[in-house]
Design a protein around this ligand. Structure first.
Ligand SMILES: [Zn+2]
Length: 442
């Protein structure tokens, strides 16, 4: 693969830098160098593909630390239900009818949505991990995937663990881009002794953990974080989604175990669960990242919405001076890289070439004063400002087109709709008593 040179654009290296002009030289999947404007013309860079990006702003790719990609089929149903009714009456019965080919296309559609709005890495928990890993591999996005593990019977539990391990063995480390962790769903669906078992297995495979923690008020009565700590689960690199209903003692537990938190503001508000105390957690040095959660509870995978709403909710909770634009951008970029122990989230040499190119020729970026661009990214921009998305040195999306699809986009949408219709037909011909799928993945 020849090198790439991204020329003539403004660049924001990280949340805490200022916007400056650099040319970015990319070799393979990494950033090789940042060159001052004009320097590249005097250097012999060898075989280089040059991209003139005048009028564009290059920023690190967004890192989405909590999603359920297959749930694209469930967008727009059950908008006005409680978590309980939403889950048991609408989601689980439909999930019961998912099949592996459907899962591949459901995940793929979510990934297309993500890359078209600048997400370069996602962290996913669901059934059908093989299909999610395959779709991620095919498309070129960076993915950290776990099998959702919930306990019903020993047989069901063992089957899920087996699937998780099989996907790990097949896909972990593939292309230096796909990583498989373990995904115990939550302490209210997995008993403590089973969490202990997951911790032991995950240590053997030396991989990461994804888990939902204290998403709803109800969960406070169901388990104690000290018990979860005692299972040894937090000895592993862990991303805990939600953490809305954490008190001071819980925050202490998360902090001393260096648990990373995925803040999912839109899902939390839409399901009426509340506002996570992010500022309190930041004050205790907890690493906070952003997640979109799945399409079923969000209903989009629009990272710009997470930044804006996540930010203004914290301002509402703590006051307008407690949550800066830089804080929000750190949570969107390098905090994700820190949680995943990967060189992503900053545009520096030896970091992965995962980046987003924003088109500043739009109302959202006016006035395009350099000192205002960070604010524009967080509070004004939207996915239509995304000109291109690159992962591991490859453009996946450029000027409105997906470049790495194995099939035509229209064909993918057609299959997606066919599968969607099959799920709905089966759902409409069933009653709730038909549910036999006891997985808890969302
Ligand atoms: Zn979730």
């Amino acid at each position: 693969m020849s090198k790439k040179l991204l020329k003539n654009a403004y660049v924001l290296i990280s949340a805490d830098d200022d916007v400056e002009k650099f040319d970015i030289l990319i070799d393979g999947d990494e950033i090789e160098d940042l060159l001052a404007p004009g320097d590249s013309t005097e250097m012999d860079l060898g075989d280089v593909d040059e991209y003139d990006l005048t009028g564009k702003l290059i920023v690190p790719g967004f890192i989405n630390t909590h999603s359920h990609s297959v749930m694209s089929y469930f967008r727009g149903i059950a908008d006005d239900l409680s978590l309980n009714d939403w889950l048991f009456k609408e989601m689980l019965p439909r999930e019961d009818f998912l099949e592996s080919e459907m899962a591949y296309y459901g995940a793929l559609v979510s990934m297309l949505e993500m890359i078209s709005n600048g997400i370069t890495t996602f962290v996913d928990m669901y059934m059908f991990t093989d299909e999610i890993a395959k779709a991620s591999y095919d498309l070129g996005i960076r993915a950290y995937i776990s099998r959702g593990l919930s306990f019903d019977t020993d047989e069901g539990w063992n089957r899920r663990i087996k699937e998780n391990i099989e996907t790990y063995e097949k896909y972990n480390g593939l292309d230096n881009r796909i990583y498989i962790g373990f995904g115990p769903h939550a302490p209210y669906t997995v008993p403590m002794d089973k969490l202990k078992e997951v911790a032991k297995i995950a240590k053997k495979y030396n991989t990461h953990i994804q888990i939902h923690l204290l998403e709803s008020a109800n969960e406070r009565k169901q388990y104690n974080l000290l018990d979860v700590e005692n299972t040894g689960l937090f000895d592993l690199p862990t991303i805990a989604a939600h953490c809305v209903h954490v008190d001071e003692k819980d925050i202490e537990v998360l902090s001393r175990n260096e648990v990373n938190v995925a803040y999912n503001p839109i899902s939390n508000m839409k399901l009426g669960n509340g506002i996570a105390p992010i500022v309190d957690m930041l004050d205790k040095n907890i690493n906070i990242t952003f997640g979109t959660d799945g399409c079923a509870s969000n209903n989009s995978l629009n990272f710009f919405n997470e930044m804006k709403f996540g930010g203004i909710l914290q301002k509402y909770k703590y006051g307008p001076d407690r949550f800066s634009v830089e804080q929000i951008l750190r949570m969107s970029w390098e905090n994700g890289g820190f949680a995943l122990e990967t060189n992503i989230g900053r545009l520096e040499p030896e970091f992965k070439a995962d980046l987003v190119i924003l088109d500043m020729d739009s109302f959202e970026f006016l006035p395009n004063d350099l000192s205002r661009l960070k604010s524009h990214i967080v509070y004004s921009a939207n996915p239509k400002n995304v000109f291109a998305t690159m992962v591991a040195g490859n453009f996946l999306y450029y000027d409105g087109k997906f470049l790495t699809l194995k099939e035509e986009k229209e064909q993918i949408y057609e299959k997606f709709h066919k599968f969607y219709q099959r799920i709905e037909d089966k759902y409409n011909n069933s009653d709730y008593s038909d549910i036999h799928n006891d997985d808890r993945d969302i």
